[in-house]
Ligand binder design. Structure first.
Ligand code: ATP
Ligand code: MG
Length: 398
């Protein structure tokens, strides 16, 4: 076992000492078998949340109704989920109610894919009733049980299948894949927030371009926010080499290959419920890609674009089939040598202007500041208050 698990063994031991069963489960066991770095160690136990809370002194209620409590042990948070079944599924999404059970095997059975349905005990022994290990070795994503049934229970699993394809570079098993195409419409029942979480993991995965192609090919795109109509574009994604792009850059890339104008792009990100700040950043990247389609960078545009200049250049390189980092070194050094990088660095304020010209506040202030900014950036003027004052007075005498 690796360190993350070893550190968590005492948590299993404490639960067992109280008379319950406890195992490592889910993504951490899968990633461990894969030899990947483990993000979070998840634990499943036969104890109910209330019982778990009596065993540990520090706990946080995060999703008691789904059977999850977070235990803080030696400063590390562990999600402990009670063995459960999801007896009844309504509306093709997560059940409204979960049933706690005392059997590990039943708990593993309700999990989505065989690779995610493996438990590991404190000695490192695997409990693997669905041969998830075999699936991992063969690099195959297949559902626990019949795919159509499992996707009908919770349609989000279809998005999860494609995001795991993207993250792990595994193949999707044939009947599982066929069920995606057949049941894509059930995604309509899934909340945007849940789709977004999976889609962003897809966008961050190593096989994201091929994953986008699957989204296009299976028809899943028809049931994702404002994606219908872009099948051809999604299918063509696999022709681009986007290795290295960040998730924000990937969103900008999508908006560009979909040929969305600014307001369409705004509406697109809103429909995905992306946070406002993130949307602003992505829109800025898109804006500067458009700029670069027509013009070269100069001091003023670099100053205005800020860090989006580099993002825009990278995305544009992907779109025009250039090397991702082509020209970015020069861009960075150009950016570094700007005399000012933010308005706050300009040695001029509105108060200075009102003071020097004896005029009340108004739109003229913005105009004077922009004019000065430009002159400083173009190297026509020193960024010192004396030179700026002299220059502005001279300009206004003309
Ligand atoms: P990641 O490494 O991205 O966290 P993960 O496999 O741990 O991947 P989570 O969303 O954290 O994914 O879920 C933890 C585990 O819970 C999964 O491995 C799986 O066993 C189970 N699970 C999660 N979502 C579902 C679902 N919609 N249906 C069935 N089982 C699920
Ligand atoms: Mg996880």
């Amino acid at each position: 076992m690796n360190e993350a698990f070893l550190k968590a063994v005492p948590v299993l031991e404490k639960i067992e000492a109280a008379g319950y069963e406890a195992y490592f489960v889910g993504g951490s066991v899968r990633d461990y078998i894969l030899g990947k770095k483990i993000a979070d160690v998840d634990i499943a136990a036969s104890a109910t949340p209330e019982e778990v809370k009596t065993i540990f002194s520090k706990t946080l209620d995060v999703g008691i109704e789904h059977g999850t409590v977070v235990v803080l042990y030696n400063g590390v948070p562990y999600e402990i989920t009670t063995f459960r079944t999801e007896a009844e599924y309504l509306d093709f999404r997560r059940p409204s109610e979960v049933q706690f059970i005392r059997s590990l095997e039943e708990d593993l059975k309700r999990r989505d894919f065989t690779m995610n349905a493996i438990a590991m005990d404190k000695e490192g022994q695997l409990i693997d009733p669905f041969n998830g290990r075999g699936a991992i070795e063969e690099k195959i994503i297949c559902t626990v049980g019949h795919p159509a049934e499992r996707f009908t229970e919770d349609a989000l699993r279809m998005m999860r299948a494609v995001r795991f394809f993207s993250q792990l570079a595994f193949e999707i098993e044939k009947t599982t894949y066929d069920a995606l195409a057949f049941l894509a419409h059930l995604l309509e029942n899934i909340a945007v927030e849940r789709k977004l979480a999976e889609f962003e993991k897809l966008l961050a995965g190593i096989c994201r371009m091929k994953a986008l192609k699957i989204i296009g090919k299976t028809g899943l795109f028809n049931h994702l926010p404002q994606m219908s109509g872009f099948q051809k574009e999604l299918m063509s994604a696999a022709e681009y080499n986007a290795a290295g792009l960040t998730v924000e850059e990937m969103w900008a890339f999508l908006a560009c290959i979909f040929k969305l104008d600014e307001s369409q792009a705004g509406a697109f990100f809103k429909s995905w419920k992306l946070p406002v700040k993130k949307t602003k950043k992505i829109l800025s990247i898109i804006k500067w890609i458009r700029y670069r389609d027509k013009s070269k960078w100069d001091a003023y545009s670099l100053y205005q674009a800020g860090s989006s200049s580099l993002n825009a250049e990278r995305v544009r390189n992907v779109i025009v089939n250039e090397d991702l980092s082509k020209g970015t070194d020069i861009l960075m050094s150009q950016y570094k040598s700007l005399p000012i990088k933010e308005r706050s660095e300009l040695q001029l304020t509105g108060d200075n202007l009102m003071d020097w010209f004896g005029k009340p506040p108004g739109p003229w202030i913005k105009a004077e500041i922009e004019k000065t900014e430009k002159a400083v950036l173009q190297g026509e003027l020193n960024n010192s208050i004396e030179s700026i004052r002299e220059w502005l007075i001279k300009c206004n005498q003309k």
